[in-house]
Design a protein around this ligand. Structure first.
Ligand code: SF4
Length: 428
């Protein structure tokens, strides 16, 4: 592989891969005392923190087996032995791009692996809501150009997508005038929106139980009488009916356990509103490649994650194929963990043999039974593609520099060939 020089000037256009918004209006450049990467052209604490983990130099990270450095061939061979000897492998994390997902799908079919993303339960909340009831979803562009009422469910989703309001056009000096309602947020959220241009902010039911609040709002939107409705809910129902285009926006990660019930309640509100006006929902989630792998598996197999291809054909079970549950129950005997965007999603601690394809900073410290292979980050060291949070948009990722590490697709491709060869050897 030919290494190119690290960036000395800002690299633009650049698509940020570090949250599901995939902002493509920023640039990245070498910055900081240790030559770490930095953001330019805008501000985002999440992107800046992620970039600061990369030095603009080719990586010196090495694969390892049981904590001992080795070359890539030896690591792939050891990983193939684990998978070839496994009766039921689990592929978890799944932090990769479209090409990585396609390669993982082929390996999953070859090994009969069950596949679930890191924080797969969050992903399944939205998945199950759509499977059970459908919904009216929208895009960032449509919110920015059309929505005159934005209801932020559960408060500001700043932790998961810091530039969400900006991407929705909230506060644009030249955009449409908007009402922003903080539904069930925390005290102090409203102050963070003070001073935004052309925005009227209102807080409704701060800190309230979202299950109850959304149920009551749904009844009010449907024209039913709710005697003990929370403060401001009747007014919000009136605003929703009076808006030209109302949009509920929320971060799935901020919803409580069983948050699918809240999502379903809001989708019912939207269905009611769409009888007379226009409304939709925008859920923010599926970062670190989770939504991308989910979409890719769905188009390749017809089924989303928490599926496997086994003797019974293709099976999908959003409850039984939960990675945490499978590991806790001892229902799997090998784990392949993929996390190429950063070290924040480390592999779970488990007694089963682990293969970790990870960011160089995610190397497990000297643990027996673990094969570690450092991989490149799409959008930093290699090109790639990711699905944005609004589902219908796929964005290309351009590398900032060549880091000298293999991509997930490359490693998984080699692993698949090695597993096939190992199986052929076992059968001979
Ligand atoms: S909001 Fe998300 S995609 Fe946009 S710059 Fe920040 S981390 Fe990157």
């Amino acid at each position: 592989m030919t290494l190119v020089a690290a960036p000395s000037a800002a690299v633009a256009p650049w698509t940020c891969p570090f949250c599901p918004l995939l902002c493509d209006d920023l640039a990245v450049a070498a910055a900081g005392p240790a030559g770490t990467l930095g953001l330019s052209g805008g501000e985002c604490p999440r992107a800046q923190a992620a970039l600061s983990r990369f030095t603009a130099e080719p990586s010196s990270a090495s694969p390892s087996i049981d904590g001992r450095p080795c070359d890539l061939d030896a690591a792939v061979a050891a990983a193939a032995r684990i998978l070839a000897g496994s009766r039921q492998p689990l592929f978890g994390g799944l932090g990769t791009d479209v090409a990585g997902a396609r390669a993982l799908y082929r390996l999953a079919c070859e090994t009969g692996a069950i596949c679930d993303a890191a924080r797969g339960s969050e992903l399944m909340q939205g998945q199950r809501t759509l499977q059970d009831h459908g919904g009216f979803l929208t895009t960032l562009a449509e919110v920015r150009t059309r929505a005159d009422l934005v209801v932020l469910v559960g408060g500001l989703p700043a932790r998961h997508a810091p530039r969400l309001l900006q991407r929705c056009g909230v506060g644009d000096a030249e955009g449409p005038e908007r009402q922003v309602v903080l539904l069930g947020g925390k005290a102090g959220d409203e102050a963070e929106l003070a001073g935004l241009a052309r925005v009227a902010v209102k807080t409704v039911a701060p800190g309230a139980d979202l299950f109850r609040t959304v149920a009551q709002l749904g009844a009010l939107v449907g024209g039913r009488v709710v005697r003990d409705a929370g403060p401001g809910l009747a007014d919000l129902a009136g605003r929703l009916h009076g808006a030209s285009y109302a949009v509920f926006v929320g971060a799935v990660a901020d919803l409580p356990a069983e948050g699918a019930l809240i999502m379903e309640g809001l989708h019912r509100c939207v269905g009611e509103l769409n009888l007379r006006s226009r409304a939709a929902v925008l859920w923010v989630g599926g970062g670190d490649g989770a939504a991308t792998v989910n979409q890719t598996f769905a188009w390749l197999s017809g089924l989303p994650l928490r599926s496997r291809t086994g003797p019974a054909g293709i099976e999908h079970d959003p409850l039984r194929f939960d990675a945490v549950r499978l590991l806790d129950d001892g229902a799997v005997d090998a784990l392949l963990w993929v996390s190429s965007f950063g070290p924040e999603s480390p592999p779970p601690s488990t007694a089963v043999p682990r293969i970790v394809l990870g960011h160089p900073a995610a190397a497990p410290a000297g643990r027996d039974g673990t094969v570690f292979i450092p991989v490149s980050t799409p959008g930093i060291g290699t090109p790639g593609h990711l699905f944005r949070t609004d589902g219908s948009v796929v964005l290309p990722l351009l590398p900032v520099y060549t880091d000298g590490l293999p991509s997930v697709a490359e490693v998984v491709g080699r692993l698949t060939s090695a597993v096939v060869a190992a199986r052929a050897g076992q059968a001979a």
